[in-house]
Design a protein around this ligand. Structure first.
Ligand SMILES: [Zn+2]
Length: 336
């Protein structure tokens, strides 16, 4: 009798705790569907699988054979998986070679979780913007991106895991501002994080201000390529506004530079808002067999051992490569 009462009570309690977990559980959207954020594991937040730099007016998926790309890229992803990395965020936007079916196929074959994106890229003087980006309102642009987030990209059921935009160095142009406003509208509707390729600190702070004016917190913003800004005070100003600061050009030749940057972020108390990656890869469309490929595992084989040697604790390294990415990419509306 007592045992059955205990069973009933414990059943009730576990049901209650499941409900609490369900309410608190946040998800990240990968090319294979939603993943609980704590299942992302070690993550590279800014890499590329394929890029075509030909320009928005000529870009065309018929310019490469996806089977050739698959064969060329898969070994690099498998090598990355062997380091213990579980997730790769692919930052190639539409009109620069985003190919979500290829990403899904490579994700399945490699066992890595892969994220893709919605949004437009206005850096490099608008070379990668489609014509309609110059005439449509932020609301109209956002409507296209929200449709991708809700219904899938290019008639697939593959949905974006974040919003990718880009701007050159400040001041922001009208087109830049329209993309930021469109990103704000899309974020408030979908909860997707906004990662912006950003030319310098002025442009980063202007974007954060514009997001705030459009009711979006700096917490929803990732300052991509923050290493392009040499004034660390601007990194800290953006971090104080809640933004994620992403230093994403790590390679075997610049390890000391990145260690110094991370020491500064740590000293200022902002390691919990710092992301690191390599901007590595990729299959270059138009080059023989995809051109020169920068492998994805250098961060694990060269950089992290050096970071440890420089005095970073295992818990701080885990914060950078596992905890921060799952928080940064978790789908959640962050109003100002
Ligand atoms: Zn990139």
């Amino acid at each position: 009798m007592l045992a059955s009462k205990i069973l009933i009570i414990s059943g009730f309690l576990s049901c209650l705790s499941n409900q609490v977990i369900a309410q608190e559980q946040a998800f990240v959207i990968s090319v294979s569907g939603a993943v609980p954020k704590n299942k992302l594991g070690i993550t590279l937040p800014h890499e590329h699988i394929l890029v075509d730099f030909i320009g928005a007016d000529q870009v065309n998926a018929n310019c490469y054979n996806p089977d050739d790309v698959f064969v060329r890229v898969l070994p690099y992803l498998q090598k990355l998986k062997q380091t213990g990395c579980k997730t790769l965020v692919d930052c190639t936007p539409a009109y620069l070679g985003r190919d979500v079916k290829l990403l899904q196929r490579l994700s399945r074959a490699s066992g890595l979780t892969i994220l893709t994106n919605t949004g437009y890229y206005s850096a490099v003087q608008n070379k990668y913007l489609p014509a309609h980006a110059f005439t449509e309102t932020p609301e109209q642009l956002a409507s296209r991106w929200i449709t991708e987030a809700e219904q899938g990209i290019e008639k697939t059921n593959i949905k974006p895991g974040f919003i990718k935009i880009s701007v050159d160095a400040g001041p922001l142009t009208t087109v830049n501002q329209n993309l930021v406003k469109a990103a704000a509208i899309t974020h408030l509707k979908t909860g997707l994080t906004i990662a912006s390729h950003t030319g310098n600190g002025e442009a980063a702070l202007s974007q954060i201000k514009l997001l705030q004016q459009n009711n979006v917190s700096g917490k929803a913003f990732i300052w991509v390529h923050a290493q392009n800004e040499k004034d660390n005070q601007l990194h800290l100003a953006a971090a104080k506004a809640g933004a994620w600061i992403e230093f994403d050009g790590i390679n075997s030749n610049n390890v000391p530079v990145y260690i110094t940057i991370l020491q500064k972020m740590k000293a200022a108390g902002f390691l919990k808002q710092t992301l690191i990656s390599q901007d590595a890869g990729w299959y270059h469309v138009g080059e023989k067999n995809g051109g020169k490929f920068q492998q994805y595992d250098t961060l694990f084989t060269v950089f992290l051992p050096a970071l440890k040697k420089a005095g970073f604790k295992p818990s701080e390294i885990r914060q950078l490569i596992e905890i921060n990415p799952q928080e940064a990419f978790a789908k959640k509306v962050r109003p100002q």
